[in-house]
Design a protein around this ligand. Structure first.
Ligand SMILES: Nc1ncnc2c1ncn2[C@@H]1O[C@H](COP(=O)(O)OP(=O)(O)OP(=O)(O)O)[C@@H](O)[C@H]1O
Length: 257
């Protein structure tokens, strides 16, 4: 039974790669309608956690639920409810942007007319009208993000997962993406995105989960996690700002002998 009110809920989620524990018992909670940020240093386990939550990676232990559907016993219930902007933006390179959306509409069982209507709007909003017939392989990094986001939104998922959605996106397009995502969450849908950019998370998110070394070290409303500090300060305290050896690297920048 899923708890009402949570878009995502995991219990003791666990994953190891050989000897390495990547995710060591994670209880991730994201309330419905949140604009949620998942943050943590490199190697904290964010991608591995999101992989297990979205059904791409099989957990070694624990459970994950999306909108009350168990990710591993009810994969269809889960997959029809989610959209994913994949890590590394694996897309069908030999389709045009327009064709990619048409294809997505078809595999999601949306009628051709409705798919065309939604694709038209998404292409317009993402400012891809002029490049809609170009092959995805010829898109820039930012254009790839935008068409991938359009593809992830086309079936109007309840929960949207985004891995570093703003990386390589120009400021004008970033504002557009933010507007689209805000509109999306204000109607009760949920966005979860991973990011290293604390200012962005602080500006956009109303909910934050902080991971470190495979564990959740803080989680809750942004204002509570941040307290009186900036999110960046809170983050550095939570994950233990490592004094990375000021005494090291003495050779760096000094004239060679
Ligand atoms: N396929 C894999 N095989 C072996 N080790 C892995 C694999 N995937 C992840 N790991 C290890 O699991 C740990 C967590 O990695 P993960 O990619 O989930 O971190 P992350 O928080 O997403 O990091 P980043 O911010 O750098 O993307 C790391 O120590 C990583 O080396």
């Amino acid at each position: 039974m899923g708890l009402m009110g949570d878009a995502v809920r995991t219990q003791g989620l666990f994953k190891r790669f050989g000897q390495q524990v990547a995710v060591g018992g994670v209880d991730l909670i994201v309330p419905r309608g949140s604009f949620a940020g998942l943050v943590g240093p490199n190697g904290a386990g964010k991608t591995t956690t999101l992989g297990m939550v979205t059904g791409l990676l099989r957990p070694d232990g624990g459970r994950a639920e999306i909108e009350g559907h168990d990710v591993w016993t009810d994969p269809v219930g889960v997959k029809s409810n989610i959209g994913v902007l994949p890590e590394g933006l694996r897309l069908f390179e030999r389709l045009s942007g327009r064709e990619l959306l048409t294809y997505n509409g078809r595999i999601r069982g949306i009628s051709p007319e409705e798919t065309r209507r939604r694709a038209d709007e998404l292409i317009q909003v993402m400012d891809l009208v002029e490049s809609q017939d170009k092959l995805v392989v010829d898109y820039s990094t930012g254009m790839r993000k935008k068409i991938a986001l359009a593809a992830a939104l086309l079936h109007n998922p309840r929960v949207l997962f985004l891995d570093e959605p703003f990386e390589g996106v120009d400021p004008v397009s970033a504002n557009t993406l933010v507007d689209v995502l805000r509109r999306y969450t204000s109607s009760g849908s949920t966005v979860i995105f991973s990011s290293h950019v604390m200012d962005l998370v602080e500006r956009l998110c109303d909910w934050v989960s902080v991971m470190n070394r495979g564990q959740i070290v803080a989680q809750g409303p942004l204002t509570e996690v941040r307290g009186e500090r900036t999110l960046n300060e809170a983050f550095l305290q939570l994950v233990g700002a490592r004094g990375n050896g000021e005494e090291g690297l003495s050779w760096l920048g000094s004239p060679t002998a």
